[in-house]
Design a protein around this ligand. Structure first.
Ligand SMILES: [Zn+2]
Length: 278
């Protein structure tokens, strides 16, 4: 597998992550070969131990032997343990680039044969399963633009549809439309957006119909079957024939708050989307 922890960009896992029982993963080269250990991502060296020249017992602070710990721009940490005595190339406070050599694989600390014990820790310095990050970027900061699948950001005010999904169930809100502020995003979650610190629960993209500052009914999309509110006028304010209010139309075009509606491919009128309903 590709590997951002080794200079040669290849490794195999010899011991899996097991939470408290094994707080990282153990890696060696693809044929149990040795390699230089490099920074997984750019960051700052926040801890170094380089004076360990032997194996140690299972407990105590020397368990990692020689190691380097980095803090990354997204607030997360990576840690590289059991490095060879005398091989460490960085010191605390150094800025490192992705792929920069930190040291060489070794067998210092509580270790049986040369390998690197690789840990990933979250912003609270709590270890998480590093397996999926061996050859991938760490998650982006929660406050930054999130992954391409997520279209909203922390701090954004949004309007949500009358029906939305909490982390545990589907709920119907009263009134049918509510506005809230995204206060947290958990990427990869089924409902990644937390609204109003939980006051409006967790929702996904499907539940967010618009940014709250827009007053228009953005739940209308091109291709939707819609009806026209009784008495509504055209976008420019001209009156419409009475049959218009009794007919179902298709939204043929949409730009801002102006929709073009028609039937069987023929345009009937343009109209403000607030005058349409499904
Ligand atoms: Zn390990």
């Amino acid at each position: 597998m590709g590997c951002r922890v080794f200079k040669n960009n290849a490794c195999k896992i010899t011991f899996k992550y097991k939470g408290n029982d094994h707080t990282g993963i153990d890696l060696v080269g693809p044929n149990s070969t040795f390699d230089y250990i490099v920074a997984h991502s750019a960051g700052t060296v926040v801890a170094v131990v380089s004076n360990c020249n032997k194996n140690t017992s299972k407990t105590g602070e020397r368990i990692y032997g020689n190691y380097v710990k980095l803090k990354h721009d997204n607030g997360m940490y990576t840690l590289y343990a059991h490095m060879k005595y005398g091989s460490i190339k960085v010191k605390k406070g150094d800025k490192v680039l992705k792929g920069q050599v930190l040291g060489y694989m070794g067998n210092t600390g509580y270790s049986f044969g040369a390998h690197v014990h690789f840990e990933v820790r979250n912003e609270k310095d709590k270890y998480i399963d590093p397996t999926k990050y061996v050859d991938a970027d760490l998650p982006k900061e929660e406050t930054s633009t999130s992954s391409s699948a997520l279209t909203h950001k922390v701090g954004e005010k949004v309007t949500i549809n009358g029906v939305y999904t909490s982390s545990t169930s589907t709920m119907r809100l009263t009134p049918a439309v509510n506005t809230g502020k995204i206060t947290k995003i958990v990427e990869g979650a089924r409902n990644p957006y937390l609204l109003n610190d939980g006051g409006l629960g967790w929702v996904n993209d499907d539940c967010i119909v618009s940014a709250a500052k827009k007053t228009t009914n953005n739940s209308i999309k091109v291709g939707d079957k819609v009806k026209v509110k009784k008495g509504a006028k055209s976008y420019k304010g001209t009156s419409l024939a009475s049959f218009v209010y009794n007919t179902t139309y298709e939204v043929m075009e949409l730009k801002g708050d102006r929709a073009v509606i028609g039937k069987n491919g023929a345009v009937t009128t343009d109209i403000h989307i607030d005058n349409l309903y499904k």
